[in-house]
Design a protein around this ligand. Structure first.
Ligand code: ATP
Ligand code: MG
Length: 137
């Protein structure tokens, strides 16, 4: 059994599709082990996306991630990291396969509806960044 971290980004929260996105996870074998709605601080977003600190889009990414509340979840299931990435679709929604979350709910590469951990190692780091052990069950 694997765990991964999901973030429903401010664009999708503002659109009112939290429930529709969480439903994708549950109907595809990913159990919601924890979830919460949070307004990230600039410091939170900068630390969370620190791997991208030198990329040209970093400031826009941070501004976007703090532009409104997000919904952060721990998803659990077999191959949860990869399964979540498959359900999300490509980073650029224009390249995302039909039926994926980004194809259905995202506007563009900046506002792309969801984040998902990209490896088991990063999933553990990201889960510990946002959740205490007692919040996960
Ligand atoms: P996320 O980490 O949010 O799940 P991802 O793993 O699909 O997305 P990353 O390469 O980790 O993609 O990039 C993190 C975020 O930075 C992307 O979701 C996107 O919003 C933004 N981003 C990535 N590449 C670009 C780019 N070339 N131009 C603009 N924004 C980008
Ligand atoms: Mg990523």
């Amino acid at each position: 059994m694997q765990q991964t971290l999901s973030i429903i980004k401010p664009d999708a929260v503002a659109k009112g599709v939290i429930g529709k996105i969480l439903d994708r996870f549950e109907t595809n074998g990913l159990r919601i082990a924890a979830t919460k709605k949070v307004q990230l601080s600039r410091q939170d977003a900068e630390a969370f996306y620190a791997v991208h600190a030198n990329r040209p889009f970093f400031n826009d990414l941070v501004d976007f991630m703090i532009s409104g509340p997000v919904v952060i979840s721990v998803l659990e299931g077999e191959n949860a990291v990869l399964k979540n990435r498959e359900l999300m679709g490509a980073t650029n929604p224009k390249e995302a396969e039909a039926g994926t979350i980004r194809a259905d709910f995202a506007e563009n590469i900046d506002a792309n509806a969801v984040h998902g951990s990209d490896s088991v190692e990063n999933a553990a780091i990201e889960i510990a960044f946002f959740f205490s052990g007692r919040e996960i069950s």
